[in-house]
Design a protein. Sequence first.
Length: 131
Amino acid sequence: MQLTLNTDYSLRVLLYVAERPDELISTKEISEFFQISNNHLVKVVNRLGKLGYLTLKRGRYGGGMSLSLKPEEINIGDVVKAVEPLDIVECFNSEKNTCRISTNCRLKGLLGKAKMAFLKELKNKTLSDML
């Protein structure tokens, strides 16, 4: 299983911002630090803002982002669940499922249990545990 870049960038942004609690951080700063696309990062940051993890302040001068919550209040599992599709196989998404054996397939149940174990492990950690 591999997480999408969106999830990877989301976690990186939260870690970067959490390490600088008294600063407003720009997307450009994070983009340059991690050497990742600023355009993609802007989308990630906006999503994290809508989800309530970041406070976003617009403006060329004095704008930036900060955490909306304390690092110990941001659960890693909740973040991943909010930004990652987690459709490990096609049959996990009823709208896109075209698999002919999904009604009798036991693999879906096994992969579903593995996904739940993965999320359970992530839910045991907060952003402060990662700092």
